[in-house]
Ligand binder design. Structure first.
Ligand code: ADP
Ligand code: MG
Length: 236
């Protein structure tokens, strides 16, 4: 598959970790970044599958790792068939693929998140930092409309909400796309860790009541991975 705007030939050095794709930080979200995002997400979720399974085994039914890897695989196939599509359309296609292929609570929720993210980006042409930040907020709101979870309920919203708000604050203050994504990922990771002491009030984990305390939420954990894969794809 041809990946537009592939910067793998860039002379820029790799980041300190040395294992991330060599790419200049992107100023705008374009189709090439979306293709790299989903490829990176597929790799990252396969690497994290055992951990996500383990987290969901503790407070759920141990299927979150498998759900997410299945979803990423079908998303990758779906966007491979969308030659020439805009970033907006590609991301919506990811959403439809997730809704179709992933069962459980996370399928419809992530399906909704990606579909709303795509729908709220400019339909054609690259998206600037502020467009991406506003779309992240809209995608969060769509997830909350569907799942009715608030921050503190020990769900993916605990990662997505602070990430979206931090992204919007940063973009409003003039941060570029790379800066916006770095801050969003930091907020998502902090939000995921902060779910550990919480008692689940939504989803399957809520059936456990107090026994859900002391475990990190699997969906908040995967949400941080979703955003971190985007950060990597944008070279940030
Ligand atoms: P299931 O719970 O159906 O087995 P998964 O294991 O794939 O689905 O996903 C579980 C994750 O889904 C939880 O860790 C939580 O983050 C998220 N989740 C569950 N219910 C909701 C909800 N109502 N709103 C937001 N996120 C939710
Ligand atoms: Mg589960």
């Amino acid at each position: 598959m041809e990946i537009p705007n592939d910067t793998s030939g860039s002379p820029l050095p790799a980041g300190p970790a040395g294992n991330e794709p060599v790419a200049a930080p992107a100023s705008h979200l374009d189709p090439g970044i979306v293709h790299r995002w989903i490829a990176e997400l597929d790799r990252r979720l396969r690497a994290a599958e055992a951990r996500l399974t383990e987290l969901d085994a503790a407070i759920g039914d141990a299927d979150h790792g498998a759900n997410m890897t299945r979803g990423a695989r079908s998303a990758l196939t779906a966007i491979g068939e969308q030659e020439g599509a805009s970033a907006s359309r590609l991301i919506s296609a990811v959403g439809y693929a997730l809704s179709r292929s992933v069962g459980g609570a996370s399928g419809p929720l992530y399906g909704t998140w990606f579909t709303a993210l795509g729908r709220n980006l400019p339909e054609e042409g690259p998206a600037a930092a502020i467009d991406v930040a506003r779309a992240l907020v809209a995608a969060l709101e769509a997830v909350q409309q569907l799942g009715a979870a608030e921050v503190g309920d020990k769900t993916m919203v605990d990662a997505l909400s602070p990430a979206s708000r931090r992204a919007l604050d940063a973009a409003d203050s003039g941060a570029d796309l790379a800066g916006v994504l770095r801050l969003a990922v930091g907020a998502a990771e902090d939000g995921a860790v902060a779910t550990v002491p919480l008692r689940a009030r939504r989803g399957r984990a809520s059936y456990l009541g107090a026994r859900s305390e002391g475990h990190q939420d699997p969906g908040a954990t995967s949400a941080a991975i979703v955003l971190d894969a985007l950060r990597t794809a944008a070279g940030a």
